[in-house]
Design a protein around this ligand. Structure first.
Ligand code: TRP
Length: 330
C-alpha cells in the first residue's frame, strides 16, 4: 500500500551531460529521497540550456545522459514524472503569458542574470533575461507546491512566488499556485581544485559514470592542504577537500584519516588512494544500473516520452484555466 503523498514537488535539472558528484550530492540524491513523501515531477530543461548553449550538437546526447544518470540513481519513472522540457510545449505558452507580469528591471537585477552577463558577454539574449520566467512557468504549469533547490536558485523561486501573485492579482484569479522553496541543505561540493564549486565547465569534476580507473586518476589530482608540503608535515583535515569527501564516502575510515593526517601518520597519496577505493565502492551499484539501462536506449527514450505524456495532461488542464483567466477568446 502506498501512503498518501504530502504534495507535488517540481524541479528542473540542466542537461549538462553526464552528472558529476556535485550534481549527485547537491540535487539528484535529494530528488530520489523526495519520491518517498511527495508526488515528484522532474524535468530535464533543454530549453533553459538554449539560453547559454550556442552549439547544440551534443544537446540530445546530453539530455539522454542526464536521463540515464537520474534513472540509475534511483528515480522511479512508474510513480515519478521524468520528462524533457521541450516535449511539453505548453510551458512556452505559459512563459509568454507570465512575461506580461514580469517587470524587466527585476529580471535584469537578479544576481544570476548579472553572473550570466559576465560569463557570456557576447550572448546576452532575450531568452536569457526570461530564464526565471520560464522557470516560473515550469513550476506553476504542474501546480507544484514545493521546489527543492540549492541556495543559488533561491532568488528564482522567490521571483516565481512574486510572479504568481502578480498574475493572480492582475487577472483576478487563483489559478496559479504559489510554490514554496525547500532549501536543500547540501554539503558544498568543491571540485578537484579544492577551490571552486564542482562543475563541468571548470573541468574540476568527477563523473558518476566514470570508470574506476578514471575516478582514481581524478582523485589523485585533487588539491590537498596547501600548507602540507612534505609527507612529514602534519595536515589539517578541516581545510582539505579530500577529507571533506572522506566524510561523505568513507564512514568507516574518516576517524582514522582525521587522526592520522594530523600527525602525519598517513600521507596525501595514501589518503587519496583510500578515497578512490571508497568512492568506487559506493558508486559501483549506480554504475552497474547505468550500464544495464544503457543497453536499451529505446527503453530510456520510452520512459521520457511516457513522462511527457503524463506531464502534458496536467499542463493542458492548467493552460485551459490560464487562457480563460487571461480572457483569451474561446
Ligand atoms: N534553473 C535551474 C538550474 O539552473 C533549473 C531549473 C529550470 C529549475 N526550471 C526549474 C529548478 C524549475 C527548479 C524548478 O539549476
Amino acid at each position: 500500500m502506498t501512503t498518501p503523498k504530502k504534495g507535488r514537488v517540481f524541479s528542473g535539472i540542466r542537461p549538462t551531460g553526464r552528472a558529476h558528484l556535485g550534481n549527485y550530492l547537491g540535487a539528484i540524491q535529494n530528488y530520489v529521497a523526495l519520491q518517498d513523501d511527495y508526488e515528484c515531477v522532474y524535468c530535464i530543461v533543454d530549453i533553459h540550456a538554449l539560453t547559454t548553449v550556442e552549439d547544440t550538437a551534443n544537446l540530445r546526447q546530453n539530455v539522454y545522459d542526464m536521463a540515464l544518470d537520474l534513472l540509475a540513481a534511483g528515480i522511479r519513472p512508474e510513480e515519478t514524472i521524468l520528462f524533457v522540457q521541450s516535449h511539453v510545449p505548453q510551458v512556452m505558452e505559459l512563459h509568454t503569458m507570465l512575461s506580461m507580469v514580469s517587470p524587466l528591471g527585476k529580471l535584469t537585477d537578479l544576481p544570476t542574470f548579472k553572473d550570466m552577463v559576465r560569463q557570456h558577454p557576447h550572448n546576452v539574449n532575450y531568452g536569457l533575461v526570461g530564464y526565471p520566467v520560464l522557470m516560473t512557468a515550469d513550476i506553476v504549469l504542474y501546480k507544484s507546491n514545493i521546489v527543492p533547490v540549492g541556495i543559488d536558485q533561491a532568488p528564482h523561486v522567490e521571483f516565481a512566488r512574486e510572479t504568481v501573485r502578480s498574475f493572480n492579482f492582475r487577472y483576478n484569479t487563483n489559478v496559479l499556485v504559489e510554490p514554496e522553496m525547500k532549501n536543500t541543505i547540501i554539503p558544498k561540493v568543491l571540485g578537484i581544485d579544492g577551490k571552486e564549486k564542482m562543475s563541468k565547465s571548470l573541468n574540476n569534476h568527477i563523473e558518476l559514470a566514470a570508470t574506476p580507473e578514471e575516478t582514481q586518476k581524478r582523485v589523485m589530482e585533487m588539491v590537498t592542504d596547501p600548507q602540507r608540503l612534505r609527507r612529514s608535515d602534519p595536515g589539517r583535515p578541516e581545510v582539505c577537500n579530500v577529507f571533506s569527501m572522506h566524510k561523505i564516502f568513507s564512514p568507516d575510515d574518516v576517524a582514522m584519516v582525521d587522526v592520522e593526517c594530523r600527525r602525519a601518520g598517513i600521507g596525501c597519496v595514501d589518503c587519496k588512494k583510500l578515497l578512490a577505493k571508497n568512492l568506487n565502492a559506493s558508486l559501483s551499484p549506480f554504475r552497474a544500473r547505468r550500464a544495464e539501462l544503457a543497453q536499451n536506449p529505446e527503453g530510456v527514450i520510452d520512459i521520457l516520452h511516457d513522462g511527457a505524456r503524463r506531464a502534458r495532461e496536467i499542463a493542458e488542464q492548467t493552460m485551459v484555466a490560464v487562457r480563460d483567466a487571461v480572457g483569451l477568446p474561446k
